[in-house]
Structure formats: C-alpha cells, structure tokens
Ligand binder design. Structure first.
Ligand code: GLP
Length: 260
C-alpha cells in the first residue's frame, strides 16, 4: 500500500487540478486509486497525519475527504484499527424470468444462505394486505420478515405477508418460505414483480451494513397459485451495490401484439 499511497499523494501534491477545494481533490485521488486498482479491498489507508504530510495539506482536509469516502461506501473505518478500502461486493446477476426463491438463487451460485428473523407472527392485516391478499378485517395475516444473508453478506430485507389460512404457523417455515409452501401444495407458479429505486433509510442501511442513503432496490412481488389466487405479497429492499436484475427481451413474433 505504501508505494501506491506515495504515488497517489505525490500526484495530488503536484497537480494544480481545477482549483477545486483540496478535500475534493484528495477524495478524487483516492477514489481514482481504488477504481484503477492501485489500492484494493481491505488495504489500509495511511494515518491521517501521514496523508496530511505526504500530500502537504491539513489534517482537517484529510478528515473531510476520508469522511466523504466512508459515507459513499468506498472506505470503511474500523474503530481502533484504522481506515480501509471497503470490501468489493460480488454482484449477483438475477434473471427476471424465473420464479425462484432466495434460497434456490443463492444455492445455484454455491453461496451459503442464512436468514436473521426480524419478525414472524399472526397479525390483523393492514389495508394493503387486505386488498392484495383478499382478506377481510376479521381474518389474520401471517408475516415473515427476514434479513437474507449469503456468504455472510446481508443482501436483502424481505417482508412477506400471506393469509394465515395458508401459513398458520409462520415461525415454523424453517429456512425457506417456498420450501414450506411447497410442502402444503401452495408454492406459487406465477408472480408479478415491481422494482423501483430507493435510498436506504437508517434502519435498513444498518441491517444491510451499508452507509445510510445509498442506492437500493425496492422490490414488490405478488405471487399466484395456478388457480389465480394470490398466495404471497412480499416487499423487499435489496442492496443496490449487490444486484443486477437481468431480463431477456425478444422482438414480438408475427401475430403477437406488442404492448407497452
Ligand atoms: C425471493 C422473493 C420473495 C420470496 C423468497 C422466498 O427472494 N423475492 O418474494 O418470498 O424468494 O425465499 P425462500 O424460499 O428462500 O424463503
């Protein structure tokens, strides 16, 4: 690291750049060094004092640049041990044409899956849940909320709601909701998924171990049985730095209507 650091800071020292504030110039030099692979995930940054003296700038300026990069998820600070280049996330490429479960998706990639429970129980349904699941106000909804973790990296927060008549014991689903539904002949065969952009709030960011405010994906899945009955209403937040959703597109064939 120290050679690379010398290079980065020497460049910064010599460059007159655009007259931009010094902390922005330092931030950019460090960011460029990470992007160009001069310093890699897990590498330690020199101390604030070393950077300041190498780059001939004040420690306050260094602190400001480093804090910005920590907020942006480029660097991480570990209490007592210093500042490091953040670990790079292996992006997961997820097809949008198959109706699979989180457990199956990760197992196919050879990843070890686990979940941390955030909530599981039977509740009076919310107006949204009543509408989507077709419940009346005197019926109960089963809620299953989990932090989904693959290879020790938290990837998503999933909050599923199902009719209590389908899932009377939400605590008993084991590690896979779809496996539990399959056992009772209730595994969905079709789903409509809506994906939208979301900036992560403080609580979600803390669970997903990313800085608050960074980009995430809000995903809503409504799944159906072959009969057409809605079986699952799940709202999830996925880490934006971890997922690529991929859809195959085809030109519509002769006689097929091309709808928007
Ligand atoms: C995916 C879907 C969820 C679904 C979940 C089931 O992640 N987005 O809507 O509830 O899979 O996963 P599992 O069977 O691993 O619990």
């Amino acid at each position: 690291m120290s050679e690379a650091a010398d290079q980065i800071f020497a460049t910064l020292k010599q460059s007159s750049q655009s007259g931009a504030p010094l902390y922005l110039q330092l931030r950019k030099s460090i960011e460029d060094a990470v992007n160009r692979g001069l310093i890699g995930p897990g590498d330690a940054l020199p101390s604030e004092r070393d950077i300041a003296s190498k780059a001939d700038i004040s420690r306050v300026t260094v602190r400001k640049a480093v804090q910005d990069l920590v907020k942006g998820g480029i660097l991480v600070q570990r209490h007592g041990s210093g500042t490091f280049v953040a670990p790079r996330m292996e992006r997961v490429e997820q097809s949008l044409s198959r109706l699979t479960s989180f457990t199956e998706d990760m197992a196919r990639r050879g990843m070890v899956v686990r979940s941390a429970w955030l909530d599981r129980g039977l509740y009076a349904p919310s107006p949204d849940e009543m509408m989507v699941l077709g419940l009346s106000s005197n019926e109960l909804v089963a809620r299953v909320a989990r932090l989904r973790i693959a290879n020790d990296t938290p990837l998503a927060i999933e909050r599923a709601a199902l009719s209590a008549s389908v899932l009377p014991d939400p605590a008993g689903i084991g590690s896979s909701l779809y496996a539990a539904l399959e056992m009772t002949g209730n595994r969905p065969v079709r789903a409509v998924q809506r994906i939208s952009a979301a900036n992560l709030g403080d609580d979600d960011a803390r669970l997903l171990e990313v800085p608050p405010g960074i980009a995430g994906l809000h995903i809503e899945r409504i799944s159906y049985l072959a009969s057409g009955k809605v079986i699952e209403f799940t709202r999830s937040i996925y880490r934006g730095d971890a997922y690529d959703f991929v859809a195959e597109l085809r030109l519509s064939g002769p006689g097929e209507e091309s709808r928007p």
